[in-house]
Ligand binder design. Structure first.
Ligand code: ADP
Length: 414
């Protein structure tokens, strides 16, 4: 089954086509046909696409909205000039898997999209006003272009964390705010945390019930998850992705009184402060330079800039605090997992986070840590009782696999 995986943003559309089915999933023989992204939708858009291991191709076109972008993409994929023999016409796209940011309390697992489900995703717009509308646009565009007969599945960033117990998901606010407005912790990056938990299980030959880990997804957005017996027990992002770890441009945790303080002192509205916390803070805010960790580390090596150093140190210290908190929250873990652009590629950041964690039985192996860049494997020393792994994430693969599983279950209900 050729699954078109879509991740629709405000002005971008990331995509992959992965050929997979139940047998291929079992044998881990999924076949990634192509991947790419359309950027700057709404103006002169840029399509970058890579077929298998061939060089990236770049095209430009005026694409005024998500519908136009998807139409352009599907036409291109199905045309001779794409050079993709697997897709001869739009009929060779057999299913669509959508990354959907917020599923609220409605969606506890990946779900086949029908009118009722689409309405549910729209109902969650209140909780994710910046993200869910784009996902809805992507779903409607795909349905309009491919027709009702091509099944579409929604895979939610939040659903893995629906297993959180109330003591982890409730804030200490008047309870009626939860009842009235569903203000609670939802957590995000669920697909990534779930994927690395699955890979860890495969690497160790463990069952899901034996999987006790703390995973760190460190990319532009960053989150930690405490995963006990294979289920998410706690996670650092909250009602929105703003809470928790320090991120590229997000502050993560802070004293809530600061919001009012900034609003008064800087004459800003509540929503302007929220934007500042989401887009001007984190690594960018502290360093005053960039949200890009790789650039910060290069800068630190070359110039030892004080604010750059502070940004990196605050980022790593916050992550270490969560490591300690989750060890306590889950009564100990077997392993710490690093993923996301920073987690997968930066031995330096991993070493800083794990520094002085010997008390918890965690000791990195310097050589293994240095060697594990962009690939999967153990980075802790042989005498470490709390293991550490770097595991590249693959959210698109999990979305494609979930899409197949949901569709096959629907056609053969057990
Ligand atoms: P997103 O969350 O947008 O998917 P990524 O997971 O690709 O982002 O992560 C982007 C972050 O990863 C950036 O801060 C980037 O600098 C960082 N990164 C990528 N490679 C390295 C590296 N070799 N060393 C340190 N940081 C890196």
């Amino acid at each position: 089954m050729n699954v078109l995986v879509l991740n629709a943003g405000s002005s971008s559309l990331k995509f992959q086509i992965i050929a997979t089915d139940l047998e291929q999933i079992k044998d881990e023989k999924d076949d990634r046909i192509c991947r790419g992204e359309i950027e700057s939708i709404g103006g002169e858009a840029i399509l970058r696409i890579r077929y298998r291991a061939e060089p990236v191709r770049t095209l430009t076109a005026a694409l005024h909205d998500m519908g136009a972008a998807l139409d352009y993409l599907i036409r291109f994929l199905a045309s001779d000039r794409s050079g993709i023999p697997e897709i001869k016409s739009s009929a060779d796209v057999h299913a669509v898997g959508h990354r959907v940011v917020h599923g609220g309390e409605l969606f506890k697992e990946s779900t086949l999209i029908d009118d009722r489900v689409l309405k549910g995703i729209e109902d969650c717009i209140d909780l994710a006003p910046l993200h869910n509308p784009n996902n809805v646009k992507g779903i409607i565009a795909a349905r309009d272009l491919l027709g009702q007969d091509v099944p579409q599945v929604a895979v939610f960033d939040t659903s893995f964390h629906q297993s959180l117990p109330p003591e982890a998901y409730l804030y200490a606010l008047p309870y009626h705010l939860y009842r009235r407005h569903r203000i609670r912790r939802y957590g995000f990056h669920g697909t990534s945390h779930r994927y690395v938990a699955f890979r860890y299980r495969a690497l160790r030959g463990f069952t899901r019930e034996q999987t006790n880990i703390i995973s760190f997804h460190l990319g532009n957005g960053c989150s930690a998850a405490a995963i006990k017996a294979g289920k998410s027990l706690d996670t650092s992002m909250g009602m929105t992705p703003l809470e928790g770890l320090v991120m590229g441009t997000r502050s993560g945790d802070l004293d809530p009184a600061i919001v009012g303080m900034i609003a008064r002192k800087e004459a800003m509205s509540a929503s302007e402060v929220e934007t500042l916390l989401n887009t001007q803070s984190g690594l960018l805010g502290i360093s005053g330079l960039t949200n890009d960790m790789r650039e910060l580390l290069n800068e630190l090596n070359e110039h030892d800039d004080r604010r750059v150093k502070l940004a990196v140190e605050i980022f790593c210290y916050r992550a270490r605090k969560y490591l300690g908190a989750y060890l306590a929250g889950m009564g100990g873990a077997d392993a710490v997992i690093f993923t996301g652009g920073i987690g997968e590629n930066s031995p330096d950041v991993r070493a800083r986070i794990c520094a002085s964690m010997e008390w918890a039985g965690l000791r990195l192996d310097l050589d293994k840590n240095q060697a594990m860049v962009g690939r999967e494997g153990i980075i802790s020393s042989n005498d470490s009782t709390l293991h550490a792994y770097a595991i590249p994430t693959d959210e698109e693969l999990l979305i494609a696999r979930d899409t197949v599983r949901v569709i096959r279950k629907m056609s053969h209900p057990s």
